[in-house]
Structures are given as structure tokens and as C-alpha cells.
Design a protein around this ligand. Sequence first.
Ligand code: SAH
Length: 247
Amino acid sequence: MGYAKPSARIFIAGDLGPGLAVTPERAQGHYLTHVMRLAEGDAVALFNGRDGEWRAVIAGGGRHAVTLACETQTRPQRAEPDVWLAFAPLKKTPTDFLIEKTTELGVSRLIPVFTRHTATERVKVERLRAHAIEAAEQCERLSVPEVAEPVTLERLLAEWPAGRTLLVLDETGGGAPIAAALAENATTPPCHGILIGPEGGFSFNELDALRKLAFVTPVGVGPRILRAETAALAALSCWQALVGDWR
Ligand code: SAH
């Protein structure tokens, strides 16, 4: 017996399993009943990043709370490719765009990084997390990328985990073409990070310091200077196509 695909899909923090009752957050309940106009018995798809995707039905709802009953698993959990994106925060609109699009492109961790020429001083991490959740719900991911607390570039590099390559998007043309660098670095499974500079670019000292690190590979994405958010999407797309899950 086949079911129609649920019209709504939401991220749940708690556990999902056969027969489990799930109470979505208030805003999600509002979305299900008032925006999507779903009623008791209607199906909703749920995921939590651990237990795969589940078909649930609206079991009941008062004015303020909706209860969902988990029925069957529709997709088993599978690991997302392991690719981090460290980016210098941009203005509000391009940052929101970057979060949404890189979530669709399958980034596993997003790290706001303050560099010398980063123009934005404050980052509302909770807002970025909410955007990541929304994008994950919409694009049918089975997980939400983690949005890390902002760090300085120095700290990012000092705490960079052993065994993870960092591709630094170097707009000065000093790096290898990204495809060539990925072909050389294609370990199985690849475990990479990508670092994008701010609109003002990396400072001379930053690039100099980055190039000296053994885990850093400077790369280029062509002869044109891209906006930071374009560079992020271009680099992630290359990564997914050459060493990620687009193959
Ligand atoms: N203000 C700088 C450009 C910064 S572009 C200048 O005029 O030179 C913002 C970021 O996007 C850069 O720091 C770099 O990480 C990335 N980027 C843009 N175009 C790129 C390219 N062609 N190759 C590699 N990285 C690029």
C-alpha cells in the first residue's frame, strides 16, 4: 500500500520511532495547522538527523499544541558527506542566502569566522540555525548542518582538527584550480573544510599565514572575482561533484 507524500516536512529535536508521540514546537504546530491547514489524521514527514525520516500523522491538537504520532520509517538515516564551510559573515541578506544554499548543497557544518577585513561584527547564530533547519526541511535532507559559534580566524586554525584538509579560496590566483586540488586530495571518505574570505578579501598576512599551514590547500575558482556567497556555492558544488555525494 503506498501513501501520498506528506505535504509538510519538519525537523524534530527528540527521538523518532514506531508509535512514539511527538510534540513539535509551537511555531511548527502553527505552521502545520494554520499555514498548511492540516487536520487530525493528515500525514507529516519528520526527521531528526539520527533516526531517518518518518511518516507521522496528526493525532490531535488543541489551540496551542499539536501532537503527532510516528508511524513508519520512510527513509533510513544515512551520513551526509563530511564537508565544513568556514565563512566570514556578510550582511544579513547574503548571509541568509549563504546558509540556505549551502544547506541545500549538503554542507555538514557552518562556521562563521572573523577575519581582518570582515565588515560584520555580530552574528545571530540562532537565526542562522533557524534558516539551516528551514532549508533542510525543504530540501529533504536527513540532517541539519551544525552552525558553530563564531570564531576568529586564528582560533579556527589553531583548533583545526588533525586529518582534515582545509581548502582556502584564494582570490589572488595563487592557488591551484579547485578541481586539480580535489583530485589530489580525494581521500576516501574525504573529510574537508572550505574557507571563504570576506568581501574585503583576506589580508596579505592572513594569506601568508594560511599558505604556511600543512593542512591548507589554496585553491582558485576561476579568473573572475566572485562575491563571497557565490564563491561558497561554487566551491561546494565542485566538492560535491568531484569527491562528494553527487557522484
Ligand atoms: N575584495 C577582494 C575580493 C574578495 S571576494 C578583491 O577585490 O580581491 C570574497 C572571497 O571570495 C575571497 O576572499 C575568496 O575567498 C573568494 N573568491 C572570490 N573569487 C575567487 C576566485 N576567483 N578564486 C578563489 N577564491 C575566490
